[in-house]
Design a protein around this ligand. Structure first.
Ligand SMILES: Nc1ncnc2c1ncn2[C@@H]1O[C@H](COP(=O)(O)OP(=O)(O)OP(=O)(O)O)[C@@H](O)[C@H]1O
Ligand SMILES: C[C@H](N)[C@H](N)CCCCCC(=O)O
Ligand SMILES: [Mg+2]
Length: 230
């Protein structure tokens, strides 16, 4: 059974706020009464202990969105301790990513939830595995799962370049970009307001939400959000 719908969340780079924003998205859907969950193929930079896992991306999203601890069991398929790209972490620690494992876990998430938000690793260009046996890029997984995507971008200086390049790359790879979310947005900052305008003009993709620093709720209608999943 794979009844649920999915949406991929990428960003203009690592540490831009995919997990932070994803947590608010899942929280919003759940508060609106939807069955909503989270999945991430490869998480690096976190201890493999239960406590470490809890502090990782899936644990953070679960805490914010109110997903029970027991439900987070299969929400990350590969966990690496080194804070490097998953392909390098796997070279150092073993256990390289397998497409079949990711596809099965994602499908399991779809059977469990109506809305599954899948978080990427790093930015849109991220090798998940690169060894003599297989080469797997993040975009191969997005394509294989047939997912549309959101792009999280920092609201500040440099975002025009980073966002336009990311969206252009995704379009050329055939990954539909449903919207951009500007993170750490300050409406009092004229440059950030202009960034929002310029990013929309140059990408022709709408900025669907702006998330302030330390924001605890994403300002977007839950029905609109749910409509982005496919
Ligand atoms: N709007 C925000 N307000 C306050 N802190 C934020 C905000 N967005 C992100 N952060 C913080 O910035 C850090 C990086 O954010 P986050 O972990 O969401 O990035 P990421 O894109 O998921 O990174 P990764 O590539 O490792 O998955 C975290 O400590 C997070 O709590
Ligand atoms: C460890 C880090 N927080 C991420 N999970 C992995 C980031 C990979 C970035 C790869 C790159 O673009 O150079
Ligand atoms: Mg993250």
């Amino acid at each position: 059974m794979t009844d649920g719908k999915g949406l991929f969340v990428t960003a203009t780079g690592t540490d831009v706020g995919k997990t932070y924003v994803t947590a608010l998205i899942v929280k919003k859907l759940r508060e609106a009464g939807h069955s909503a969950g989270y999945y991430k193929a490869a998480l690096s930079g976190v201890a493999k202990t239960a406590a470490g896992f809890r502090t990782g991306d899936a644990g953070y999203v679960a805490d914010v969105a109110g997903i029970a601890q027991e439900e987070t069991g299969n929400s990350v398929s590969y966990v690496y301790e080194k804070a490097v790209s998953p392909h390098l972490a796997a070279k150092l620690e073993g256990n390289p990513v397998k497409m079949a494992v990711v596809m099965a876990a994602y499908k399991q998430a779809l059977s469990r939830y109506d809305y599954v938000t899948m978080e990427g690793s790093g930015g849109i260009v991220c090798p998940l595995r690169y060894d003599d046996d297989a080469q797997l890029l993040l975009e191969d997984v997005i394509t294989a799962l047939g997912l549309d995507a959101l792009v999280v971008a920092d609201a500040g200086l440099g975002t025009i370049n980073a966002t336009v390049l990311t969206v252009d790359y995704m379009k050329r790879r055939g990954i539909p970009v449903k919207g951009i979310i500007l993170n750490r947005y300050d409406a009092a900052d004229a440059m950030m307001r202009d960034n929002k305008k310029m990013v929309e003009i140059l990408t022709r993709v709408p900025v669907i939400a702006c998330v302030k620093k330390d924001e605890t709720a994403i300002v977007i209608d839950a029905a609109t959000l749910a409509g982005l999943y496919g």
